[in-house]
Design a protein around this ligand. Structure first.
Ligand SMILES: CC(C)(COP(=O)(O)OP(=O)(O)OC[C@H]1O[C@@H](n2cnc3c(N)ncnc32)[C@H](O)[C@@H]1OP(=O)(O)O)[C@@H](O)C(=O)NCCC(=O)NCCS
Length: 181
């Protein structure tokens, strides 16, 4: 795992229990991963100029890129990247310095920019762009570039937010078993 987890300025990622880290992923610096989280092939996450937090059971799918913005005089906190629990981040998503609540699905290929806030239980459609500082309200589907509120989530979709996370916990356990041979 040494090439997967790398230090920056002496800080190594902190990894919870039963986390799956694909051997082709790269996680650098101040990153915390909650229990049962999973990081899929070719994910690149750099917690160098600010920190990254990924909650329990959240999954970051293949080819996604996670980064942050440094602190400066105008913006003393900079923009860390904060991801809640039970979040599904689809394939090839770009998350940059944003805050994501619990039970969110970020559709494949979406881009979420600095200071954007995605509240709990939101779906972001595939290929969407969430502009800097935009807040997405809990309970809604957002699509488009830039995103617009499309409609309230259906009950089945709300249930799917948890289901998607649960499915990934099962799958990552199978991958861990495979790696351990
Ligand atoms: C948005 C989504 C949830 C579908 O919602 P829906 O309400 O069932 O949408 P529909 O398929 O009925 O389409 C409704 C309209 O939205 C459009 N639309 C659908 N998905 C869209 C998207 N991602 N971005 C922009 N527009 C979209 C359709 O073209 C249609 O437009 P029209 O009314 O002008 O014809 C789905 O397309 C999506 O993006 N899911 C994300 C899946 C994903 O990435 N999962 C990640 C885990 S692998």
């Amino acid at each position: 795992m040494s090439s997967v987890l790398r230090s920056y300025k002496g800080i190594f990622p902190t990894v919870g229990e039963r986390v799956y880290l694909d051997p082709s992923s790269v996680l650098v610096g101040d990153i915390t991963l909650g229990d049962d989280a999973s990081i899929w092939p070719l994910v690149a996450a750099r917690g160098d100029v600010n920190h990254i937090r990924i909650g329990q059971r959240s999954n970051i799918q293949d080819g996604s890129v996670l980064h942050v913005t440094h602190k400066n005089k105008e913006n003393p906190e900079g923009y860390p990247l904060l991801i809640g629990d039970d979040v599904t981040v689809g394939h090839k998503v770009m998350l940059h310095g944003c805050t994501i609540g619990n039970k969110v699905l970020v559709g494949m290929g979406a881009i979420v920019l600095d200071g954007a806030i995605i509240e709990d239980e939101v779906m972001v459609g595939a290929g969407s762009l969430v502009p800097p500082g935009k807040r997405l309200e809990s309970g809604f589907l957002y699509v488009g570039s830039p995103v617009k509120q499309a409609r309230p989530l259906k009950e089945a979709e709300r249930a799917f937010l948890q289901k998607s996370s649960d499915n990934y916990v099962v799958t990552k356990n199978e991958y861990i078993a495979e790696l351990e041979g």
